[in-house]
Design a protein around this ligand. Structure first.
Ligand code: PGA
Length: 254
C-alpha cells in the first residue's frame, strides 16, 4: 500500500500572521469528523518553521517541511541554513531540486545529490523534484531529462537511503502556468519512473516509493490526476496558499 501525500510548497509567500492563520484553518478542517488520512507536508519559508512546527506538533499526518537547505553541514556559509539546523527546528521533510532552484540558482543534479545525502543523514525525508522543460517536451527528450536527473541525484544512493525518497514529477512548463500536463503524459512518466526504480532497487522499494505529480494542481483537476495508477499525491504551489483550496485537494486524495 502506498502512502499518500499532499505537499504544500508556499514558496516566498505570506506574512507570519497569514502563515499562522493558514495553518490554523487547515488544522480546524482536520479536526472535523472524518479527518483525511493523507499525509500533509507543509513546506514553509525558513523563518516560519519553528513557530509552525510548534502549531502542528503531535497532529497526526501533518508535518513541516523546508523548501531548500545548504548542501554542507556547518561552517562559514553566511546566510545559509543546514539540514541539522532544520531538524533542530522541527523539519521532517525537505524539497530538493525544485525547478525554481535549478533555473534561478543554477542548482545541478550533483548539488541536489549532496542535499539529499545531508537530508538523510539528518533524519529528514527528501522530496526530490524532477521534470522536463518545455523545450524538452517539444523535442521529445523528456524521458532523457528525467532519466538523467534521477540517475545523477538519486541512483548513487544505497537501498536503505533510497527507501527514504519521495519523488515529485513536475514538468517545468506546467508549474505556476495553469497548464496541467495531460493525463496520458503524467501516467506515462510516472510509469517510467516506477519501472526505473524497480530495475535499480527491486520490486518492493519501487512499489512503496511515493511518486507525486506537481504543476498547476487544483481541486478541479485533482481527482482525475489522483485516479492514475502510479500517482500517489501531489506537490501543490499556488493552490496551497488558501486553506479551502488546499483542503479540497487533500479531500480528493483521501
Ligand atoms: P503550482 O506549483 O502548483 O503553482 O504549479 C507547483 C510547484 O512549484 O511545485
Amino acid at each position: 500500500m502506498h502512502k499518500k501525500f499532499i505537499v504544500a510548497n508556499w514558496k516566498m509567500n505570506l506574512s507570519l500572521s497569514e502563515a499562522k492563520k493558514l495553518v490554523s484553518n487547515i488544522l480546524k478542517e482536520l479536526k472535523k469528523k472524518n479527518p483525511p488520512k493523507t499525509n500533509i507536508i507543509l513546506c514553509v519559508p525558513y523563518v516560519y518553521i519553528n513557530i509552525l512546527s510548534q502549531m502542528t506538533s503531535g497532529i497526526r499526518n501533518v508535518f513541516i517541511g523546508a523548501q531548500n537547505s545548504n548542501e554542507n553541514n556547518t561552517g562559514a556559509f553566511t546566510g545559509e541554513i543546514s539540514c541539522s539546523m532544520l531538524k533542530s527546528c522541527g523539519v521532517d521533510y525537505l524539497i530538493v531540486g525544485h525547478s525554481e532552484r535549478r533555473s534561478l540558482y543554477n542548482e545541478s543534479n550533483k548539488v541536489a545529490e549532496k542535499k539529499i545525502l545531508q537530508s538523510i543523514t539528518n533524519n529528514i525525508l527528501p522530496i526530490f523534484c524532477c521534470g522536463e522543460t518545455l523545450e524538452a517536451r517539444k523535442n521529445k527528450t523528456y524521458f532523457d531529462s528525467v532519466n538523467t536527473q534521477i540517475n545523477e541525484s538519486l541512483f548513487n544512493l544505497d537501498k536503505d537511503q533510497f527507501s527514504k525518497i519521495t519523488i515529485a514529477y513536475e514538468p517545468v512548463w506546467s508549474i505556476g502556468t495553469g497548464m496541467t500536463a495531460e493525463l496520458k503524459e503524467i501516467e506515462e512518466m510516472h510509469k517510467f519512473i516506477r519501472n526505473k526504480i524497480r530495475n535499480k532497487y527491486g520490486k518492493s522499494i519501487s512499489a512503496t516509493t511515493p511518486i507525486l505529480y506537481g504543476g498547476s494542481v487544483t481541486s478541479l483537476n485533482a481527482s482525475n490526476i489522483f485516479g492514475l495508477l502510479n500517482v500517489n499525491g501531489s506537490l501543490v504551489g499556488g493552490a496551497s496558499l488558501n486553506a479551502d483550496d488546499f483542503m479540497n485537494i487533500v479531500k480528493v486524495l483521501t
